[in-house]
Design a protein around this ligand. Structure first.
Ligand code: GLN
Length: 193
């Protein structure tokens, strides 16, 4: 079983280290064709507009086919990429998550902060408090009825799952707690959830 980390821009190395720490074989994905060699994918934080530019039309279509059928975890810019509707401003989404997401939703004054949130009980590796690093983070604004909330910060849903796809608006790869990646890996190993 191989987990790919999209490595065209952003903080992909922290995801790579975290997945290796959890015992997964990791591949850095730089070319669309590499998607054929992996079982699951992480789309890291970074700048979603840069991802779109670097991917181009061919890369976007190939990535779309992957995320619509295989386990994928997107953090921050990765969550923006996975949404079916993106606001502030509007841009194309891959449509793997039935959500509306608003970019840079915390405003300029508080563009980055470390918050405390809580995982709800069905985060498979245990619920309870979770440190959450937000960097120019988006917010999920509307969740479709088939979207499950796995963690909240205040009232805001910040970690969600729809079928084989997970997304967080914070950066779990930048905290010591491994539960979020462990939950993704467990889902990948189980084939589906
Ligand atoms: N603000 C970035 C975007 O809109 C996301 C920031 C991040 O990934 N930390 O794409």
């Amino acid at each position: 079983m191989k987990v790919g980390v999209l490595a065209i821009q952003g903080d992909f190395e922290a995801h790579r280290r975290r997945m290796e720490q959890l015992g997964a074989a990791v591949v850095e994905v730089r070319k669309p064709e590499q998607l054929d060699e992996i079982d699951a994918l992480i789309i890291p934080g970074g700048e979603s507009t840069t991802f779109l530019k670097v991917l181009g039309e061919h890369g976007f279509e190939k990535l779309k086919q992957f995320v619509l059928t295989r386990p994928t975890f997107g953090t921050c810019a990765g969550a923006i990429m996975l949404a079916n509707r993106v606001e502030n401003p509007s841009q194309p989404g891959l449509g793997a998550l039935n959500v509306t997401i608003r970019r840079n939703a915390y405003g300029r004054q508080v563009d980055s902060f470390i918050g405390k949130g809580s995982a709800v009980a069905d985060l498979e590796c245990g619920g309870g408090p979770l440190e959450m690093v937000f960097i120019r983070a988006p917010k999920f604004e509307h969740l479709g009825s088939n979207v499950e909330v796995l963690a909240r910060q205040g009232d805001d849903p910040v970690l969600i799952r729809q079928g084989k796809v997970m997304a967080s608006t914070f950066h779990p790869e930048l905290s010591d707690d491994t539960r979020v990646h462990a939950a993704f890996l467990k889902m990948v190993r189980n084939g589906n959830k």
